[in-house]
Design a protein around this ligand. Structure first.
Ligand SMILES: *[C@@H]1O[C@H](CO)[C@@H](O)[C@H](O)[C@H]1NC(C)=O
Ligand SMILES: *[C@@H]1O[C@H](CO)[C@@H](O)[C@H](O)[C@H]1NC(C)=O
Length: 207
């Protein structure tokens, strides 16, 4: 029974996984947004300073600070972006995937347990990662992280092979987007009331 549920869970995961390649090749050295005067391009255009206050700071809940082409337009077409993940003691980053990129995680401080699910076999590949460990999550696969330590915070630098890797949050996609209660209760072999309870926690959550 447990393995059957796992199979269904994996099936749902695979349905949410979209395999799309990273940034397309561009025919210029770099892309200049239409609202930026090309004559004004200098070192500042290629510099992002928004992470200075984040690295080393404390947060009340798990927080991912993304630096994609939206936050930093110079990344557009370069096939790279970053994220700083901050984990207060005992916090989690729920299961999610990045449809357009792998994720390379480097633990800056503390210790993080993470894992991704192999879409072909349903096997969980998890690992406890102390400071300075480097882990790669394959493109599009469902993964999570947690800081199991109840007294020490942890932080991670994540790199992506796309300027816009995208994120599909599994809890939000399933319970925060209006998928019918009966479909979800049958999918998870539970009653509609349980689904309603779970949904209440995600009401209004956006991607
Ligand atoms: C991996 O997950 C299994 C199942 O939840 C758990 O028992 C094990 O402790 C985890 N291993 C690591 C290294 O976190
Ligand atoms: C939590 O982190 C602290 C500080 O690094 C360390 O001393 C302690 O052993 C950790 N606790 C566990 C359960 O890993």
């Amino acid at each position: 029974m447990a393995s059957f549920s796992m199979f269904k869970f994996t099936l749902l995961l695979s349905l949410l996984v979209v395999f799309v390649k990273g940034d397309p090749d561009i025919t210029d050295d770099f892309l200049i947004p239409s609202n930026v005067n090309p004559n004004s391009i200098d070192g500042n255009f290629f510099t992002f300073t928004g992470l200075r206050k984040i690295v080393g700071s404390n947060v009340p809940d798990f927080r991912a600070t993304k630096v994609t082409k939206t936050e930093f337009p110079a990344l557009d077409g370069q096939g790279v972006s970053l994220s700083i993940l901050q984990f207060p003691p005992g916090s989690i980053n729920p299961p999610h995937s990045h449809p357009r990129s792998w994720e390379a995680l480097f633990v800056l401080s503390g210790s993080v347990e993470l894992g991704f699910i192999d879409p072909s076999t349903g096997k969980l590949n998890n690992k406890t990662m102390p400071t300075n460990y480097f882990y790669v999550v394959p493109q599009g696969t469902m993964h999570y992280q947690q800081n199991a330590n109840k007294s020490a915070a942890a932080s991670v630098l994540s790199a992506f092979g796309s300027s816009n890797p995208g994120t599909i949050s599994l809890p939000t996609a399933l319970f925060g987007t209006g998928v019918d209660d009966k479909i979800l209760s049958r999918s998870f072999a539970t009653d509609v009331d349980t689904i309603k309870k779970i949904k209440a926690a995600f009401g209004g959550t956006k991607f």
